[in-house]
Write a protein that binds this ligand. Structure first.
Ligand SMILES: *[C@@H]1O[C@H](CO)[C@@H](O)[C@H](O)[C@H]1NC(C)=O
Ligand SMILES: *[C@@H]1O[C@H](CO)[C@@H](O)[C@H](O)[C@H]1NC(C)=O
Ligand SMILES: *[C@@H]1O[C@H](CO)[C@@H](O)[C@H](O)[C@H]1NC(C)=O
Ligand SMILES: *[C@@H]1O[C@H](CO)[C@@H](O)[C@H](O)[C@H]1NC(C)=O
Length: 529
């Protein structure tokens, strides 16, 4: 017992063991799957980790404290999960208007209003660092101010325009497309115009409406904040570290400030956990290979309309391979014998099995990284959000193809599935990209932990922030300089013109005095006034 206390004392007295507040308050399960390993690893290294999350971790370590959000989020959002297939055609702006802005406000309110969260906020806690996911959870950033601790943000997707603006990282709109847009050719004139327009739309709504609403929400739910209370936008500008779920081996290479670090594939480890025995058997026995199909945790395959569902089943029926299908209902009518359904599947572990030859997916980033990591070709059917762009990247890298939802027919599916199963090129490309994706000085998890601890060690590492944060837009974009140069050029022009005029007058006077026989020159080319 005494030993335990001594050990504990050593643990807590060491400089690097910090009190960490880690917030994963988004309702998407895949976000949680990606973020959880970071929180658990921090705890494993001895930090005292407090997690505010929607999902519960079973059997966590002793120094991993959970504050659970009330589980009424979907009710507050107006009922159960929607069928996303009916809304594939919505534009990015329309989707924001209908779901994301309002949904984001509701989500933030439900989290802050949760019984356990309110109890937690009322208690007297101290934190050395506050970590939050960056996706419609901005109200939570106020806790960085509450605890006077540096803020670290993590995206569950890649680069983020909104935070590039906040931290003054270059936007690079010509090559970095918004995660929400569906543009077939992003670098074309129209593609870039679309991207620019959407960036402006998003920025203005986000900054001048959405964040303002959240500022008011925070005032209602988080008491006793130290005055003056900064706006949520100001808190984000002051972010110490920004971990983003991308990697240049797969995503477009981009210029980043030193406090923006890529950790794409952070939840993936070489030794995935074991498959359940029944699945292990099925996968081992599937000598002709396996197709794994799922639309992820948010979109349910069982909501596929009948025509599309039948197209899939008819194609699967003709194949020799085994099909593992995530199907959220008890039964699947007309299920072919080679199709195995489960309501939930351990995806990483399934994709790690060598018999898996094809992943049919909606193109969510987490699943795409998992397939990429294990070198599995993809047929992607994008439904919303960043899915199209992830899949465009897959298609450009050559290890998969996009099948648009409206193009799903028995013929198109049959052709594409057979092409990817028989053409070795897709598999070879997938293996190659997988190798490059993993070729890094440190694993992404170690990278994430290193930089988090770096920020803790260096009390927010303020020196990593862009000095441009203290400048106005006019100074940052050198508009004042451009103006000054323009002014000088204009002044020089008039000065020269004036000088030339005077000189000319002088010469004219001289010519006049010297007689009228030199008319030719003064009447000809040289005409200044
Ligand atoms: C760890 O964090 C919890 C808050 O979740 C706090 O109650 C506890 O006192 C902390 N432990 C130490 C040793 O700081
Ligand atoms: C906040 O929580 C209380 C009780 O936990 C509930 O009665 C109330 O409706 C909630 N408010 C909102 C806006 O969700
Ligand atoms: C910005 O963050 C640093 C440390 O992370 C902190 O010391 C400073 O007070 C913050 N500034 C503002 C304006 O919040
Ligand atoms: C992977 O497995 C090896 C050997 O079994 C072990 O030493 C290592 O710690 C494991 N790594 C992770 C990240 O679990």
């Amino acid at each position: 017992m005494l030993m335990k206390y001594i050990l504990l004392f050593c643990l807590w007295s060491c400089v690097e063991c910090a009190n960490v507040l880690f917030m994963m308050t988004y309702i998407g399960k895949s976000q949680y799957i990606m973020l959880k390993p970071i929180a658990l690893e921090l705890a494993r290294r001895g930090h005292n980790v407090t997690v505010i999350s929607v999902f519960k971790e079973n059997n966590p370590p002793e120094n991993y404290h959970q504050v659970l959000v009330d589980d009424n989020i979907w009710d507050s959002m107006g009922g159960r999960r929607p069928s996303h297939f009916t809304s594939v055609d919505l534009s990015a702006e329309e989707r924001h208007k209908r779901f994301l802005w309002r949904g984001g406000l509701i989500l933030n309110e439900v989290v802050l209003n949760s019984t356990k969260v309110q109890e937690f906020l009322a208690a007297d806690n101290k934190f050395d660092v506050v970590i939050s996911e960056q996706f419609f959870q901005e109200a939570m950033y106020i806790l960085a101010h509450k605890y006077q601790a540096p803020l670290i943000l993590i995206t569950s997707y890649g680069n983020c325009m909104r935070h590039n603006i906040a931290t003054r990282n270059p936007l690079q709109l010509a090559t970095v497309i918004s995660e929400f847009l569906v543009v077939e050719n992003p670098r074309s004139l129209l593609g870039r115009l679309r991207n620019m327009y959407f960036a402006m739309y998003e920025y203005f709504w986000w900054r001048f409406w959405y964040l303002k609403e959240l500022d008011n929400l925070v005032k209602d739910y988080v008491p006793d904040l130290k005055k003056p209370v900064p706006s949520l936008y100001e808190i984000q500008q002051n972010v110490s570290l920004f971990l983003i779920n991308s990697h240049f081996s797969f995503d477009p290479p981009t210029a980043y400030l030193p406090n923006i670090i890529e950790i794409g594939g952070v939840h993936l480890t070489p030794n995935a956990s074991k498959l359940p025995e029944d699945l292990q058997n099925i996968l081992d026995k599937a000598e002709n290979g396996v197709i794994y199909m799922t639309f992820g945790s948010n979109i349910q395959s069982s909501k596929l309309p009948t025509d599309q569902r039948n197209a899939f089943l008819n194609v699967f029926r003709r194949l020799k391979v085994t099909v593992l299908l995530k199907w959220e209902e008890d039964e699947l009518k007309n299920k072919p014998d080679n199709v195995v359904i489960r309501k939930w599947l351990p995806q990483k572990e399934v994709l790690a099995h060598p018999n898996v030859k094809l992943f049919i997916s909606h193109g969510g980033l987490i699943g795409t990284h998992e397939a990429l990591y294990h070198g599995v070709p993809i047929i992607g059917i994008p439904v919303y959000g960043d899915q199209y762009n992830n899949l465009l990247q897959v298609q450009e890298s050559g290890f998969g193809k996009i099948l648009q939802y409206h193009d799903i027919t028995e013929e198109t599916l049959d052709k594409m599935v057979n092409e990817i199963l028989t053409n070795e090129l897709f598999r070879m490309k997938a293996k190659e990209i997988s190798r490059i994706f993993k070729d890094r000085p440190m694993t992404p998890l170690d990278t994430a932990i290193y930089w988090i601890e770096y920020v803790i060690r260096n009390k927010g590492a303020v020196y990593m922030k862009n000095p441009a944060l203290d400048m106005s837009w006019i100074e940052y974009f050198m508009i004042d300089i451009c103006g000054l140069v323009l002014l000088i050029v204009v002044m020089l022009y008039y000065l020269l013109r004036f000088g030339a005029l005077i000189t000319l007058r002088l010469f004219k006077g001289l010519f006049k005095n010297h007689g009228k026989n030199k008319k030719g020159i003064s009447n000809g080319k040289v005409k200044y006034s």
